[in-house]
Design a protein around this ligand. Structure first.
Ligand SMILES: *Cc1c(COP(=O)(O)O)cnc(C)c1O
Length: 362
């Protein structure tokens, strides 16, 4: 644990009201967009619920791609708002296939919204976003993307892709706080939200637009969390200092190092590199390993966890996200993994595995 004093978090000065606009502008630059950027005070799941609540309306047909529990929740929020939702589930734990999306869009007339998660921390997969974005555009549908586990770890360019609504949280690759999030909204998407009341609601993007953006981007509605906003400021500063492309490259390298170590340990990778997240790597526990013994042995390591959602029982994941995406972080995780495997019945050569990491870093 790094040097940390909880007491130093007390008596934090207020975040200056004139600082909110610049924070949003910096997030816009990170996302490659001049679209409106709204700050949402709350973890990213709340921003996602706000997006679904604001877009949903009777008469909207949405093609909601489901590759993890996040996608399933998003569909539920759209339905609650009166939208007709076609849930398009991928094979368990896998990315959606472009052909599946193509077929679904051809089969259902008048789809007005396509929604998906870009990279999944739940399983370590990456959905084929550029191809899906092109399909959505061809069908005239809005595109809403959960980029929480991709921003800072993968190229994610809102304007180039034509993403109408993008949700990010700073707590993954950007290595920032979990309690404040951001949403970018295109002009097209605002037009479709005109039905939504701008009455006070933490889940209404039109309300945030009225009460903050159109009011000159001063004080945020409600009580601004100084802790979270200062931390967001610092996290953005650190990414800007490193350079976004270097932050992405660092995550890609951590993924490469992790994958080569898994190969050295004889563990099957869940998906090929082209379908893999740079933040999280999925692998299958060998049949020779007792899952309960492995779970016990791996428990002390927060970066070794079972996959989440309706996935194969032996699918596990290694996180190399944020500050963990570097030589030391990957070495620590691979050492812990090797030790946990050895203790649960899988003979493995720890030196081979750590050597593979070292070779990736040169
Ligand atoms: C982490 C994550 C979120 C946000 O989850 P929180 O619990 O709000 O941090 C949303 N979507 C994806 C794909 C994520 O990986």
């Amino acid at each position: 644990m790094p040097d940390f004093s909880a007491a130093s978090l007390l008596d934090v000065p207020a975040f200056p009201a004139e600082g909110f606009g610049p924070l949003a502008d910096r997030i816009g630059r990170l996302l490659g967009t001049a679209n409106d950027v709204l700050l949402v005070q709350g973890e990213a799941v709340i921003a996602l619920e706000a997006v679904a609540s604001s877009l949903a309306a009777p008469g909207l047909t949405a093609l909601n791609i489901v590759t993890s529990p996040y996608g399933a929740w998003f569909g539920g929020w759209l339905r609650r708002g009166g939208a007709q939702v076609i849930d398009l589930a991928a094979e368990p734990g896998l990315p959606v296939a472009v052909e599946q999306v193509d077929v679904a869009l051809a089969a259902h007339r008048g789809v007005g919204l396509v929604s998906l998660v870009h990279a999944e921390s739940a399983t370590g997969i990456l959905n084929p976003l550029p191809e899906i974005a092109a399909l959505a555009r061809r069908h005239g549908a809005l595109l809403a993307v959960d980029a929480v586990a991709s921003a800072g770890g993968h190229a994610f360019d809102v304007e180039a892709l034509g993403v109408d609504v993008a949700v990010i949280g700073p707590q993954k690759a950007l290595a920032g706080p979990a309690g404040v999030s951001a949403v970018s909204v295109s002009a097209r998407a605002w037009e479709r939200m005109t039905e939504m009341s701008a009455a006070p609601s933490a889940l209404s993007l039109p309300y945030l637009r009225e009460s903050w953006l159109r009011a000159g981007r001063g004080a945020l509605p409600g009580m601004p969390s100084a802790l979270e906003l200062h931390a967001l400021d610092a996290a953005l500063g650190r990414v800007e200092q490193e350079g976004l492309s270097a932050t992405i490259a660092r995550h890609a390298r951590a993924a490469t190092a992790t994958r080569s170590a898994l190969r050295a340990l004889g563990l099957p990778l869940w998906v090929p590199t082209a379908q893999a997240s740079n933040l999280t790597t999925g692998f299958l526990l060998p049949e020779t390993v007792d899952p309960a013994a492995f779970a016990d042995a791996a428990r002390p390591s927060p970066d070794i966890t079972p996959a989440v959602g309706p996935v194969p029982a032996r699918l596990w994941r290694l996180s190399h996200t944020g500050r963990q995406a570097g030589r030391e972080g990957v070495l620590a995780t691979i050492s812990a993994l090797s030790a946990a495997l050895a203790r649960s019945g899988h003979a493995c050569d720890i030196a081979e595995a750590t050597g593979a990491v070292a070779r990736t870093y040169g």
